[in-house]
Design a binder for this molecule. Structure first.
Ligand SMILES: CC(C)(COP(=O)(O)OP(=O)(O)OC[C@H]1O[C@@H](n2cnc3c(N)ncnc32)[C@H](O)[C@@H]1OP(=O)(O)O)[C@@H](O)C(=O)NCCC(=O)NCCS
Length: 161
């Protein structure tokens, strides 16, 4: 019997963020946030200069993708943005590891997202609320309530499948 390997909700898979070529907007946008946060965590002039450089890089990819993912956001490793356009994430929302966000997703207010949560295209999450590990949000769903682990929610307003 073949075994399905489940994506972890705890251990980040950094390969999911790997930049594959120069024009790779999703991974490049995420990388600018990672590098900015890394530079900011260092003291001294070098940290200041590099953080400013990564702010510029972040602005560039934000314009290209027409997305707003704040530089100070808490984002677990392994975030995938396969079609990174029009993604708006509130700075107070937090993402666990190995999440996946398709195009035109909006997360408003302080939404706490667990590990390995997938957001279908156009999903809207109207917080504050919590989405637990291994949940899936369907394309164009409008989520207004807490989502439990392993649940799939679809529709407007979204309900569990
Ligand atoms: C929500 C989702 C994860 C469910 O996948 P699944 O578990 O394989 O579910 P199924 O396709 O078997 O559908 C189960 C039921 O939910 C309904 N459903 C599935 N997705 C839905 C959605 N986004 N909105 C409303 N209903 C949906 C189906 O019509 C079906 O209803 P039925 O039982 O009355 O026939 C998936 O449909 C989805 O929306 N994925 C997002 C994919 C995406 O955004 N891709 C972008 C690529 S560019």
């Amino acid at each position: 019997m073949s075994e399905t390997v489940e994506i972890s909700a705890e251990i980040p898979d950094w390969n999911r963020e790997a930049v594959r070529c120069f024009w790779d907007p999703g991974p490049k946008l995420i990388r600018s946030i990672r590098r900015y946060q890394d530079a900011k965590s260092r003291s001294g002039i070098w940290g200041q200069i590099t953080s400013k450089y990564w702010v510029l890089v972040h602005r560039f990819w934000s314009v290209i993708t027409q997305s707003e993912i704040h530089l100070h956001m808490e984002i677990g490793g392994g975030l995938m943005l396969p079609h990174p356009t029009g993604i708006i994430l509130h700075p107070d929302c937090t993402l666990g590891v190995n999440c996946l966000i398709f195009q035109q997703v909006t997360i408003s207010n302080a939404v706490k997202v667990g590990g390995h949560v997938d957001f279908g295209a156009g999903a809207k999450i109207l917080g504050p609320l919590q989405i637990d590990d291994h949940a899936a949000i369907g394309a164009n769903a409008v989520v207004t309530r807490d989502v439990k682990a392993h649940e799939t929610w679809v529709g407007i307003p979204a309900k569990p499948l």
